[in-house]
Design a protein around this ligand. Structure first.
Ligand code: 0WD
Length: 262
């Protein structure tokens, strides 16, 4: 019997089969979880529906996380469908393409606002609606990246948004601890997806990280496996943490010059 048998949760951020959220969904489905999916826009419906159905989901709903009324509507439907929830996965990020390259100092006010709204505030907005449904306690998980802590050229405004997201995870963990709701983040190494393809120079940095990290590049499956732990009962008292699933990249102070050259 899977360790998520009888547990129900919502997954935000499946765009296609390469999405990290899909890696997480597959891992949780293997453990017997009952899953609901929310996707960003009508164009994604065609891609998300067959994926969701392949893991037995009957809850597949559109929700733009910049729209409070849409989020309210989504959670009303979720309450009707599931009754209560045990977990929530936030695997959502966005920044205008022109702000994911060039000089950070050129970031526009609107680009900054949009990146922080979609990539960070949305976690607060989702958490607020999910907690009342987590009557038996619960667990939430967000996705972040090392560019929040150390400068990663071209990641730019998304690095700032991820720093805010990680702080948000800690403040939510404090707020919701009394409700027995845990909130954590996974800091994943670079993985080729729709979102990462929007970052200038992504392909080269994927190659570089693969060479420098003790265990090389990571996959959606690696992230999914960490999510099984963090969202599940074995992680019972772990909250407010950012857990690296990055092949060890973050421990390195300098690359091995014999392999990267220089
Ligand atoms: O290297 C990577 N791919 C890493 C990604 C390394 C470390 C962290 N992450 C993070 C991302 O920043 C994001 O938070 O993982 C999360 C998932 O990203 P992903 O799996 O790499 O990318 P993708 O498959 O594109 O999913 C992100 C999705 C959007 O996809 P598109 O490509 O359509 O923008 O975020 C969703 C959407 O499905 N999204 C929204 N959802 C609801 N409302 C919205 C919105 N307004 N905007 C974007």
């Amino acid at each position: 019997m899977g360790s998520f048998e009888g547990k129900r949760g919502l997954i935000f951020g499946v765009a296609n089969k390469n999405s990290i959220a899909w890696g997480i969904a597959q891992a949780l489905a293997e453990e017997g979880a009952e899953l609901g999916f929310s996707y960003a826009g009508e164009v994604l419906q065609k891609r998300v529906t067959p994926l969701a159905e392949s893991v037995g989901s009957r809850f597949i709903e559109e929700c733009d996380v910049t729209n409070d009324a849409a989020i309210d509507g989504l959670f009303e439907k979720a309450e009707k469908h599931f009754g209560s929830l045990d977990f929530l996965v936030h695997s959502i990020a966005f920044a205008p393409r022109e702000d994911l390259g060039g000089r950070f100092v050129d970031t526009s006010r609107e680009g900054f606002r949009l990146a922080l709204d979609i990539s960070c505030y949305s976690l607060v907005a989702l958490a607020k609606r999910a907690v009342p449904l987590m009557s038996e306690g619960g667990s939430m998980l967000a996705m972040t990246y090392y560019g929040s802590e150390k400068v990663t050229p071209n990641y730019n405004v998304m690095g700032v948004a991820k720093a805010a997201l990680e702080a948000t995870v800690r403040y939510l963990a404090w707020d919701l601890g009394g409700d027995q709701v845990r909130v954590n983040a996974i800091s994943a190494g670079p993985i080729k997806t729709l979102a990462s393809a929007g970052v200038s120079g992504f392909r080269k940095s994927l190659g570089y990280v693969g060479t420098v990290a003790p265990m090389g590049n990571v996959t959606q499956t690696d992230v999914g496996n960490a999510a099984r732990f963090l969202l599940g009962d074995w992680a019972g008292k772990i909250t407010g943490e950012v857990v690296y699933v990055d092949g060890g990249y973050n421990i390195m102070g300098a690359p091995d010059m014999d392999t990267v050259g220089g």
